[in-house]
Design a protein around this ligand. Sequence first.
Ligand code: NAI
Ligand code: MG
Length: 360
Amino acid sequence: MSQHIVLLAGDGIGPEIIAEAEKVLAQVNTQFALNLSWHHELLGGAAIDAHGVPLPDVTLDAARQADAILLGAVGGPKWDAIERSIRPERGLLRIRAELNLFANLRPALLYPQLAAASSLKPEIVSGLDLLIVRELTGGIYFGQPRGIRTLENGERQGFNTDIYSESEIRRIAHVAFQLAQKRNKRLLSVDKANVLEVTELWKQVVTEVAAEYPDVSLSHMYVDNAAMQLVRAPKQFDVIVTGNLFGDILSDQAAMLTGSIGMLPSASLDQQQKGMYEPCHGSAPDIAGQGIANPLATILSVAMMLRYSLQAPQAAEAIEAAVGRVLDQGLRTADIFSEGTTRVGTQAMGDAVVASLLTI
Ligand code: NAI
Ligand code: MG
């Protein structure tokens, strides 16, 4: 059966890293006879420039029909002055919401070859392999009412609403428990239940769902402590489940423990495991167009896509192994470069992964 992928290169380094991911996709498609097809659509600033909106209907329709979506990144200074409601990031938030991509999986895996790139001591991070499951379509990023208003006394007031319903918490909890079952059967739920009622409910519902997964041990931690523990002793964690806001921050923090945000893939899944796959980083306008961006996070996102949405686990493993071999060869983009390794650009890194796939 043929499966179709929509590629959304986006802005900044997006097109550069997606081009390398596309090479890798083409290679595994041939090598593993996957019968995949794909085409490009516009999202973000690129779509604003062409159509005046960050998420054109044609992109949304194509994304709805696709079996999986691969995204580069959106946004950049060029569009920062635009009215908030049609900014590039709004296109991304909307496509996540429209496709009901409520489960954001963000692994933080330290490649042993990159232990020196971490900001933490090797003994604290070596062997780190944790998975953050972030709720992606609810919470304060979407809650109404929101806005900036002017009070009667003339003072301006900004406000957002952090809101989660029981069903939203329940479905993300199920995803997290099922992932924990496949890993080390430990799940940590992060909240701020001592202060925020919305997370008090979060804690209650996750605890209720735990009854259905007696083989998984559930623990709870306040988000401030979790942030501290992540840099003190990150290897105590395995699977972490949390809401949209805490998940955004903790997953970026966890990303940095692995040395570079340029190495980390992510998946955003709906109830049927249809998903959108993207690197954890943004469009990196500071290095866009220079051919130096690290394409590995996007290439590893292709691997996650093959595993979770396209039922091609062997191809996924082959890509991950090829990335490992390329690192073994000492090839490094600037963001992960260290003394004694070989600095390469975006294209050379993509080519090296393809060449490594050919050796198996
Ligand atoms: P960023 O992740 O784009 O960049 C942060 C730093 O990491 C920069 O120094 C950048 O050069 C570096 N970096 C990021 N990806 C890299 C890669 N693959 N290789 C080497 N270095 C890399 O985050 P920032 O600067 O906060 O945001 C820039 C733009 O990206 C903004 O417009 C922001 O809204 C957007 N953004 C988009 C996201 C998305 O599309 N999912 C996520 C985060 C930010
Ligand atoms: Mg973020």
